[in-house]
Design a protein around this ligand. Structure first.
Ligand code: PMP
Length: 353
């Protein structure tokens, strides 16, 4: 399928990414694809100036939450080439979220072509500053205007681009997490493994409360027993012991992070034992206090890999030493060097334009 391209007459001024918070600035253009079940499905992709949508108040997404999104990055290499990190994984996960939310799947090859074309048109927006990148945000929502509770028959898929500074840099402030037993991010059999809006909306009240207590984010526990560690904020979590690294399994309640998968592979490449198994919060804080936990670290597209220096649980704070020669910073370096083209891409993760 062809892609319609309509470019702005004048481009916006590009300022250094460091001058903005995450996602504050968008590039000149966006990709839009619309779907209509009664008119043959997906329409021809359009790349056009970034602009607002017009939605009726009855638009189904506003009422019943059929809204999914993704997040990935493009990097500028020293030779000026642009490359994306594992974009086919984000497209696949977007379709998994779509299936869960009764939304249509997007043809993968068409989506990939259109997304790469958008980034190519906007290549000047990929920052050159160390640690900065172009954040790519695909979004899809149900747009028909009717009040009955049902799946929409029309959808809008769009992709917007935002130059972003690094979220965490080595030597930066480590993360403090609060584990609470009175709330959960998602439930067994729910939407925890989908990147859908409600999972994030629900997290904001406890997140705000945790921040008021001096924590950076929540360490989510399972919704049934409030015992098992699931995720930390919008990242996956790893715990390093002397002989193994442990991360929660893909139980259906957590998002299958693409950084999580990449970090597991890098750790196994080094010959380390990685176990995908449940971690009981009571055992975890006891092991921290007994000095058995070497490191806890977080993984995600925005964060890359970042160390944790404190877990709060049942009114007590459990502190961890941060090590400059630890696994978190080593993984951060390995992953960013692959992303910026400074180390060999042994797993074929980078998709160059
Ligand atoms: N968990 C949640 C809830 C997230 O939103 C994200 C960010 N996409 C992650 C984990 C990390 O996933 P990824 O490594 O693919 O960014």
């Amino acid at each position: 399928m062809e892609i319609d391209v309509q470019l702005r007459a004048e481009r916006k001024e590009k300022l250094p990414a460091a001058q903005f918070g995450f996602g504050e600035k968008v590039s000149d253009h966006m990709l839009v694809m619309t779907y209509d079940a009664d008119a043959g499905g997906w329409n021809r992709p359009e790349i056009k100036p970034y602009q607002s949508f017009s939605l009726e108040p009855r638009a189904l997404v506003l009422h019943y939450g059929q809204s999914i999104f993704e997040g990935l990055k493009a990097f500028r290499r020293p030779d000026g080439h642009i490359a994306l990190f594992r974009p086919e994984q984000n497209i696949r996960r977007m379709n998994a979220s779509a299936r869960k939310m009764a939304m249509p799947e997007i043809p993968e090859a068409l989506f990939m072509d259109a997304l790469l074309k958008l980034v190519d048109i906007e290549r000047d927006w990929v920052p050159a500053e160390a640690g900065a990148s172009l954040y790519i945000r695909p979004l899809m929502f149900g747009s028909d205007a009717v009040l009955g509770v049902r799946a929409a028959s029309r959808y809008i898929l769009c992709v917007m681009l935002s130059p972003v500074p690094p979220y965490f840099v080595p030597g930066g402030k480590p993360f403090k997490l609060l584990a609470r037993e009175d709330c959960a991010r998602t439930v067994a059999g729910g939407t925890g493994d989908a990147k859908t809006a409600a999972n994030y909306g629900r997290s904001l009240v406890p997140l705000d409360a945790a921040r008021r207590e001096g924590y950076d984010n929540l360490l989510w526990l399972d919704s049934e027993q409030h015992r098992f560690v699931e995720e930390a904020g919008i990242t996956n979590v790893f715990v390093q012991y002397a002989d193994r690294v442990v991360t929660p399994p893909l139980s259906g309640r957590i998002l299958p992070g693409i950084t999580r998968d990449s970090v597991i592979r890098l750790l196994r490449d080094e010959g380390r034992t990685v176990l995908e198994q449940e971690t009981d919060i009571g055992d975890l804080v006891r092991d921290i206090d007994d000095g058995r936990v070497h490191e806890i670290f977080l993984t995600g597209t925005a964060t890359v890999v970042a160390p944790v220096d404190e877990i709060g649980f049942r009114g007590r704070r459990h502190a961890l030493q941060i090590r400059d020669d630890g696994l978190a910073l080593s993984l951060y370096r390995q992953l960013t060097q692959i992303q910026y083209g400074l180390a060999p891409d042994r797993h074929g993760w980078m998709r160059a334009l």
